[in-house]
Design a protein around this ligand. Sequence first.
Ligand code: ZN
Ligand code: ZN
Length: 309
Amino acid sequence: MSDEQPTELEPGGPNAVGKMLGLLGDEWTLLLIQQALLGVTRYGQFKAAMPISNAVLTARLNLLTREGLLERNVYQSNPLRAEYLTTPRSRSLWPFMLAIWDWERKWVPGHDLPRMVHTVCEREFAPVLSCASCGKPAAAREIAAEWGPSGNWARSVPEASTRRRWDSEQVSGAAGLFPDTMTILGNRWASALIGAAFRGITRFTDFEKALSAPPTLVADRLRAFVAIDVLAATQNDKRPDWAEYHLTEKGRAFFPVVATALQWSQRWFRSPEGPALLETHTTCGAEFDPQFRCDQCSTVVHRRDVRIV
Ligand SMILES: [Zn+2]
Ligand SMILES: [Zn+2]
């Protein structure tokens, strides 16, 4: 696999969205990518950065290597020592990580995140999700999304990329990083559910149908989302047993994370039929290509121009 080439997916199989949810909808994977982007390369360093067992760490590093997000480089042969280097595929997750950082900082009080300075203007900044075509800020309500040729719920359902016994629900507290983001993205069903909420789904049965997931699992995820105030449950007067779930302000503010994850998925995974999702910035009418601008100086934010303090 060439470094810059997208993965060609099987016709009729899981599409870019399903592939992305299966890969990124995993707590350990997100933590490993975050650490790798911060410069961690060695097994022992990853191990020291999070409460992860050897079996899980080895499995995740193998998965990320196989999927082209890390490159295993043997730098010493006797004894054998390898390091794990980022690739264009993992480095292009930087906007997604920036979006997570910004959302946690604004909406999840009580945990200290590093501050970031935009070196172009030398100010602490917040990234503003914008449209690459017109340069204007882009809010969730201004983006119209419809399925593309490879898009439907069945093909967007997350693939299991890890074995079930490794699916972990309780590690986020221990890792102490991005607690609410891990509730939303840290397992593949949760991340699919937030996508469904942004596609306008509100009813329990519709979530269940869209995700093809067992009702207990859907109920459990919805409860977790309500508990962190990302979704609000409202009673339906005509059907008292039929609650609806709507994104709160905090939930809607998660949109840049979703938008950058989708952008990444469409960049790196191609179905032969065409894209999974077609997004339009309704304000200008162009196909929506998200980018971040600096809220202080309005220029486009590049990774090389951000300093962590
Ligand atoms: Zn636009
Ligand atoms: Zn700036």
